[in-house]
Design a protein around this ligand. Sequence first.
Ligand SMILES: [Zn+2]
Length: 92
Amino acid sequence: MVTYGYSCHRCGNFDVRLPIGTAPVEYVCPDCAAVARRVYSSPALSVPSKLLKGLHEQEEQSRESPSVVSGPPPTRCGSASVHPAIASLPRP
Ligand SMILES: [Zn+2]
């Protein structure tokens, strides 16, 4: 469903939700039953944040030329704490 805008010469603008591609050029105003003309407006697009834009660029670069991984990623010293119960688990 897409929101289409119409303008009634008596009541002003109103929106109608219709399946995509089915919006007629004229629509009956729900308030006064007059013929309203379709109004075209810009789509509701948004500008992505720098973080999201960076993640998209990183994902596209990885898709074109994925990096070769030969081991687990390096751990950050002191940032990851290991639960003390893990030390008591049996080892192979
Ligand atoms: Zn109207």
